[in-house]
Design a protein around this ligand. Structure first.
Ligand code: ATP
Ligand code: MG
Length: 504
């Protein structure tokens, strides 16, 4: 062995020794309360690093100050007390990932909380915070992600890899839109992750029930943090859900992730930041409130074919107060996402459900992903509807309306009625096309508005049994040719003339 080699050997030994020493550096807790601890003595700690208190309790370092570190406790905070010993692990928090998680309800650290057997994953873990895919790794959003909700798929289409915000006041059907979208992915090969942030345990339990009843749990993971959980646990929930979803995306699969909801996430982060004594800004949120959501939502992407072609579509939900979409968190998330579905209390109370405000809702990238048949039938829909709404307000004041206005109002009323849809009943895209075609062609003129919902159900059944080729052709060709549209018209006339009177 020559001298050079010996010196190199010594150097490596020395480095390893130094590393070991760094890893075993110990700190001490000087303050503990509400899930937040202050630690002194950890000189080499990094931002976001995983810390271990008393060898077992996990914490994340968030404030790096000159003499002390502020950290948030993830596990049992009751067992943390002043004087406790803290060691830095040199790593960041990871969660278990893999297909074994499908069908399960887990907490944000990946532990099963559904009372079933512990989850045995392959041992693979992913860090909860990872950089978003870079521009060159991304592909174009060009495939539709069907929500099964007719007014969304027709006017606010969502593409795979898109981030579409669902925004509205409390109890306007936000969660229902997201859940219906999950239900509609059955048999379509899309894996779903639902992240509950600070919700009531009872709502999550009924949601799990609903998903299992409809056979949707098989392809769904529920990451659950309830209102009872500490702010740090609620804070990491969306990041760990995202890590679980990313695993599938990087394998080339399609994933849909729902964050329900980011307003509660922002509130959890605010309380943590205030406890960490960070300076409060607008609405008492800390300065980096934009960044916690932007770095989360940027991780949703459509990967290029070269990188497997997988996708992660994100549906974040934000709750507004009295329709104020210009509040701090709503404007932030609106500016990060590729569009929003705005749900309105007035419409909801008037019985227009889903209560989508078509004027304020938009999808910035999804229309290129829409199938051709849908584009053909829904082209004029948005304009017609907004004209109708304007006219309806105007018409309230006058009694003497001319024939043309009357017919526009009648048509608008019928369109609105045909776009109504109850919960848990997603509709296939070909059926949506048929419904929109007959509505836009004004074939329903002679049916009274009250009978339209019965008509819709009856007619779709009638088409299914007597003209199965219509749906088949739309599904296979992706467009609506002249012959098929003639068939739809013939079926409608036949149904109205011979059957509808009997079923109504
Ligand atoms: P929260 O603010 O409490 O989270 P939310 O906005 O998520 O409420 P949901 O929980 O989805 O609203 O819905 C509220 C209620 O409205 C539920 O009882 C649901 O069944 C009903 N609902 C939602 N969408 C529809 C619909 N399209 N048709 C009929 N009822 C609906
Ligand atoms: Mg909800």
């Amino acid at each position: 062995m020559d001298t050079k080699q010996i010196v190199k050997g010594f150097e490596t030994q020395l480095q390893n020794y130094k590393k070991k020493n760094e890893q075993t550096e110990l700190g001490r807790i000087v303050f503990s309360g509400d899930g937040v601890v202050k630690i002194t003595g950890l000189k080499h700690c990094k931002y976001g690093e995983l810390l271990e208190i008393n060898g077992s309790i996990r914490a994340i370092a968030l404030n790096l100050e000159e003499h002390e570190i502020g950290a948030i406790v993830l596990d049992d905070e009751d067992k943390v007390a002043t004087g406790g010993l803290v060691s830095a692990t040199g790593d960041i928090v990871t969660v278990p990932v893999g297909p074994e998680l499908l069908g399960r309800v887990v907490d944000p650290l990946g532990n099963a909380i559904d009372g079933l057997a512990p989850i045995k994953t392959s041992g693979k873990r992913r860090p909860i915070e990872t950089p978003a895919p870079v521009i060159m790794d991304r592909g174009k959003v060009n495939e539709p992600l069907q929500t099964g909700i007719i007014c969304i798929d027709s006017m606010i289409p969502i593409g795979k890899g898109q981030r579409e915000l669902i925004i509205g006041d409390r109890q306007t059907g936000k969660t229902s839109v997201a859940i219906d979208t999950i239900l509609n992915q059955k048999g379509k090969g899309v894996i779903c992750v639902y992240v509950a942030i600070g919700q009531k345990a009872s709502s999550i339990s009924s949601l799990v029930h609903l998903l299992s009843e409809n056979g949707a749990m098989e392809y769904t993971i529920i990451v659950c943090s309830t209102a009872r959980d500490s702010a740090p646990i609620q804070y990491i929930a969306p990041y760990s859900g995202c890590a679980m979803a990313e695993e599938f995306m990087y394998q080339g699969k399609d994933v849909l992730i729902v964050y329900d909801d980011l307003s509660k996430h922002a509130v959890a982060y605010r309380s943590m930041s205030l406890l960490l004594k960070r300076p409060p800004g607008r609405e008492a949120y800390p300065g980096d409130i934009f960044y916690i959501h932007s770095r989360l939502l940027e991780r949703a992407a459509k990967l290029s074919e070269f990188h497997g072609g997988g996708s992660m579509t994100a549906l974040p939900i934000v709750e507004t107060q009295a329709g104020a979409i210009s509040a701090y968190v709503p404007t932030n998330v609106i500016s990060i996402t590729d569009g929003q579905i705005f749900l309105e209390t007035e419409l909801f109370n008037a019985g227009v459900r889903p209560a989508v405000n078509v004027g304020l809702s938009v999808s910035r990238v999804g229309s290129s992903a829409q199938i051709k048949a849908m584009r053909t039938v829904s082209g004029k829909l948005r304009l017609d509807l907004s004209q109708y709404r304007e006219l309806a307000i105007f018409a309230q004041f006058g009694t003497d309306l001319d024939a043309q206005t009357k017919s526009m109002l009648a048509q608008g009323e019928r369109t609105t009625e045909m776009l109504k849809q109850p919960v848990s009943s997603p509709m296939d895209v070909e059926k949506q096309v048929i419904i929109l075609y007959i509505t836009m062609k004004e074939l329903l003129k002679n049916i009274s508005v009250k009978k339209l919902s019965a008509f819709k159900v009856g007619f779709l059944e009638y088409v299914d049994t007597n003209f199965p080729q219509i749906c088949k052709k739309i599904r296979e060709n992706g467009n609506l040719d002249f012959e098929t549209s003639q068939e739809i018209e013939a079926a409608t006339t036949r149904f109205i003339d011979f059957y509808f009177d009997k079923v109504k």
